[in-house]
Design a protein around this ligand. Structure first.
Ligand code: COA
Ligand code: AMP
Length: 637
């Protein structure tokens, strides 16, 4: 389709000319208990608040309101090749499950504004749990299952949950991962103890319950159901938090991204139709994990707010059982739109480069593939276009924004594709690219990508109980703008090109991780004098972490032994998701004369990219030592 056939330019210009009217109209798609007094209150919050004075309930809009019109339609289809299970849950059944679980939470003393940590695998009960919290105005905080106990403990300490919801185990490919020991250890480590835990026993591995603290999920729900107890939807302010989702910051302490109720619903509902081009009643699949923002927005809330059928897939793109898994799910359930990370397609391509397995499945329902979470490299996008023969749409956003900042809006009519660019900003977002002095750099020049304030509905209003950290992390560097911490450029057609981060965040298989956090772990080893962690290019995962360590003098042990301990330590403290497999001992680290470690140059050396010796370097010889150390490990050097 050419630019002229897309409604994008007209719609974007309409938003620019009157943003308040634009969002007021979008808000008509939501059922409000009380309408907003002000669609946008520029005096409230840190940069203003959306739908101030309104009252609503997110669970009502995602579940209850569909029961009359589509009660027998599947709301969630759980497809789990790893447990050989398929389960379809209608909207009517979902309301029953969620209202009953919400009554159990109320019995456990959970009320509006209380936090509930959810540490669970990809099972329907996790979606029920999130929606049950939303129903009673409790604030959920889902923690991804691949994080270690210490990471869970950090989040517990920050969110201070009244209760924790968990399950006995996760299933990762062929492995059953016990969750309960991690939960127990995290609670032992944390200084803010929950009053109770509700634990879902999975048949793959049951766990022992702590008598004083733990309750069995199934028996609590059964008892509530037998007594016919169901919680009603509790009215909350549109500006009240729906959830807190922790994401990697530049230190080991994660940032608690706050999502409100009203703006979030409006933005997600708008995005489902106008961006993804999906109709109510259609089957939408985001192959991610509920522990990430993609899971929150597009496994749970977005598709349900839109009256779609949401797929909840507990499996991998490859190995469960093979590289045809995605095609099997699409054809079994009539999926129209799949959203996943490019790394998943790289994994499929690696195993089945000619997509032979695709021939076994009927993909006639399938209309589009959406990729996000990391840069979509042109090779992967072209391969996917080639094999699927449907639009493949790169779109760019962050945990903080909650929904796409830029993309190719299929619902409004797609614009011409430029491989490597996530296309154009969505209504709500004015993008600019600034130099270090905060000046706009003009087309085709790299700089810091920023969003003009105010952020649109759905984006974070602040960090959990950390307004000052919110200001410092995002707003203070470029006054009047939100700093995305992504670097890139706008081209002459207004397309955005997102090339990498400006901070120490790396993207490993679509998972966002802090190298600073990993450095803190390495530095805690008693043999380590100093260290630096960088992300190095990886054909499958995009990037993988690589840690350089300098040992304390007088350490009389084999470096290989210490390196293995360091790999184990990151796994233990951060979790397997960090994919930290490479620790390299070196004699010294390259630094500037003022003592700053030259991580950027080390990365270029490791990636085999052109590099030059920085003028400020203290001792240029050290860079060749780094190169030699990498070569010794078979890395580019
Ligand atoms: N619970 C416990 N452990 C988990 C976990 C979970 N929920 N999720 C991942 N892990 C573990 C994995 O088992 C693996 O452990 P290992 O080192 O013992 O093998 C480790 O964390 C790294 O996981 P991952 O990065 O997922 O690598 P992988 O090799 O298992 O799979 C891909 C690679 C590309 C197939 C996989 O990353 C994938 O499917 N990605 C899809 C993209 C995605 O979901 N992105 C989310 C944002 S959209
Ligand atoms: P997360 O908060 O985990 O969603 O990670 C957000 C970060 O992932 C962004 O700041 C980018 O660095 C990166 N990212 C996500 N989507 C894209 C994309 N389409 N293109 C380039 N980078 C992306």
């Amino acid at each position: 389709m050419s630019s002229a056939q897309s409604r994008y330019h007209e719609v974007y210009a309409g938003w620019q000319s009157d943003p308040v009217r634009f969002w007021e109209e979008a808000a008509r798609e939501i059922d409000w208990i009380k309408p907003a007094e002000k669609v946008f209150d520029s005096q409230a919050g840190i940069y203003g608040r959306w739908f101030a004075g309104a009252e609503c309930n997110t669970c009502y809009n995602a579940v209850d309101r569909h029961v009359a019109t589509r009660g027998e339609q599947a709301a969630i289809i759980y497809d789990s090749p790893v447990t050989n299970t398929k389960r379809s849950i209608t909207y009517a059944e979902l309301r029953d499950e969620v209202a009953t679980l919400a009554a159990v939470l109320q019995d456990m003393g959970v009320a509006k504004g209380d936090r509930v940590v959810i540490y669970m695998p990809m099972i329907p009960e996790t979606s029920f749990a999130m929606l049950a919290c939303a129903r009673i105005g409790a604030i959920h905080s889902v923690v991804f299952g691949g994080f270690a106990a210490k990471e869970l403990a950090t989040r517990i300490d920050d969110a201070k949950p009244k209760i924790i919801l968990s399950a006995s185990c996760g299933v990762e490919g062929a492995r059953v991962i016990p969750y309960k020991p991690l939960l127990d250890e995290a609670i032992a480590l944390s200084s803010s103890k929950p009053e109770a835990c509700l634990v879902f026993q999975r048949p793959q591995l049951a766990c022992a319950l702590d008598e004083g603290r733990d309750r069995d999920w199934a028996s609590a729900v059964d008892a509530a159901r037998a007594e016919g107890r169901r919680a009603e939807c509790v009215p909350v302010a549109a500006t009240d938090p729906l959830y807190v989702l922790y994401t990697s910051g530049t230190t080991g302490i994660p940032k608690g991204v706050v999502r409100d109720n009203g703006g979030h619903m409006v933005a997600l509902k708008w995005s489902m139709g106008h961006f993804f081009g999906v109709e109510p009643g259609e089957v939408f699949w985001a192959a991610s994990d509920v522990g990430w923002v993609v899971g929150h927005s597009y496994i749970v809330y977005g598709p349900l707010l839109h009256g779609c059928t949401a797929i909840l897939y507990e499996g991998k793109p490859v190995g469960t059982p093979d590289a045809g898994a995605y095609w099997r799910v699409i054809s079994d359930h009539g999926v129209v739109t799949l959203f996943t990370a490019p790394t998943a397609f790289r994994a499929i391509k690696k195993e089945d480069p000619k997509a032979e397995l695709l021939k076994q499945y009927d993909l006639s329902s399938f209309r589009a593939l959406f990729l996000a979470g990391e840069r979509a490299d042109p090779d992967t996008v072209k391969w996917a276009e080639d094999i699927l023969q449907v639009p493949v749409i790169d779109h760019w956003w962050q945990t903080e924004t909650g929904w796409p900042v830029a993309g190719n809006p299929l619902g409004l009519g797609a614009l011409p594709v430029k491989h490597g660019s996530p296309t154009v900003p969505m209504p709500g977002y004015t993008l600019d690219v600034l130099d270090e002095g905060g000046r706009s750099v003009g087309p085709n020049t790299m700089g810091a990508i920023v969003i003009k304030l105010p952020l649109p509905p759905g984006a974070l209003p602040t960090l959990w109980q950390a307004d000052q950290r919110f200001r410092e992390s995002y707003l203070s560097v470029y006054p009047g703008y939100y700093n995305t911490s992504d670097a890139g450029y706008l081209d002459e057609d207004g397309y955005i090109w997102v090339m990498g981060r400006t901070d120490d965040i790396i993207n490993v298989a679509g998972h966002r991780l802090s190298t600073g956090g990993m450095e803190e772990v390495l530095a805690s080893h008693q043999a380590v004098a100093e260290c630096a962690v960088i992300g190095v290019k990886d054909a499958l995962k995009g990037e993988v972490p690589c840690g350089f360590v300098v040992l304390k003098s007088g350490i009389d042990r084999l470096p290989e032994e210490i390196e293995a301990e360091l790999v184990g330590l990151v796994r233990e403290k951060i979790g397997p998701v960090a994919a930290f497999k490479l620790a390299i001992t070196v004699a010294r680290l390259p630094k500037t004369r003022s003592g700053k470690i030259l991580r950027g140059t080390m990365k270029k050396i490791a990636d085999g990219d052109p590099w030059s010796t920085p003028a400020t370097i203290d001792d240029p010889m050290i860079l060749s030592e780094i190169g030699d150390a990498l070569k010794a490990r078979g890395l580019s050097g």
